[in-house]
Design a protein around this ligand. Structure first.
Ligand SMILES: [Mg+2]
Length: 268
């Protein structure tokens, strides 16, 4: 293939593995509990997709969490507290990582289809390097082996900065950014894609916004599912998604349509 999308960059949790994106939620909840502060699942999911230290800081910035911290500690949180909570997060995340590396339904078929269309596969993540490696090895044992991987530790800043995508483009030898599509489930994923000048593809059913297991998702009443999909779609479109898909089964077709848009002279 000489034109079209030649590098497809997948997020990990909530996109390629970990249906519903549960891996980081428990670890973050536990890390805050270790500092005597309760955070709810919806709060934890708010900044999902950022590198995890930024995620801790964004949670502390939420007025309700700021107040709870003040109540528990008798003072406002500081940057040193970000370090303390993050220090508790790392081991909790490492423990949980291997249990949240199951490929989502349709991933392996989608990757095979992309490769047979001449596209390379890369990944970016909010996970720190050690957790990303645990997830990567566990996913590889289940058949998911991307060509190139980048983690926030490799670059000056994680999402929404575009540096991880640029690192992958360099590794894969793919440019310009219009030849790259980023697939992710969160607002920072879409911002990362747009900041790189790449196509932003949002995936909904498996993502953190809907936040359900595969079984829970399958059991949703059709109208409830439609309502949740619409809310997740609106959030990702507001963050810059060029296109959204319910599941990865739609991805090969969506990328073929982007190829056609490129051939007509359209750019992301
Ligand atoms: Mg994700």
């Amino acid at each position: 293939m000489t034109t079209g999308v030649r590098l497809v960059v997948f997020d990990w949790a909530g996109t390629a593995v970990d249906f519903g994106c549960f891996g980081p939620v428990d670890a973050m909840t536990r890390a805050f509990a270790a500092s005597g502060v309760a955070v709810g699942v919806a709060e934890v999911r708010g900044p999902m997709g950022l590198s995890k230290k930024d995620h801790v800081r964004e949670l502390l910035r939420m007025p309700a969490v700021t107040n709870r911290w003040r109540g528990a500690h008798g003072r406002d949180w500081t940057e040193a507290d970000v370090d303390t909570v993050y220090a508790a997060f790392e081991p909790a995340q490492l423990l949980a990582a291997a249990d949240h590396a199951v490929p989502v339904p349709g991933l392996l078929d989608a990757v095979a289809a992309l490769r047979s269309a001449g596209r390379k596969i890369g990944t970016t993540t909010g996970y720190f390097r050690a957790a990303a490696e645990v997830v990567r090895e566990a996913a590889a044992r289940r058949g998911y082996r991307p060509d190139f991987n980048a983690v926030p530790d490799d670059v000056p800043a994680g999402r929404p900065a575009p540096w991880m995508i640029f690192r992958l483009m360099e590794s894969a030898g793919v440019y310009p950014p219009a030849a790259v599509a980023k697939v992710g489930d969160t607002v920072p994923d879409m911002q990362e894609a747009r900041n790189a000048g790449a196509w932003a593809v949002g995936v909904l059913a498996t993502g953190s916004t809907i936040g359900l297991t595969a079984d829970e998702y399958a059991r949703l009443h059709e109208r409830d599912r439609g309502r949740r999909l619409a809310a997740a779609r609106a959030a990702l479109e507001a963050a810059g998604a060029h296109v959204t898909i319910e599941t990865l089964a739609e991805l090969p077709g969506v990328l073929a349509a982007i190829d056609a848009r490129l051939a007509r002279g359209e750019r992301p």
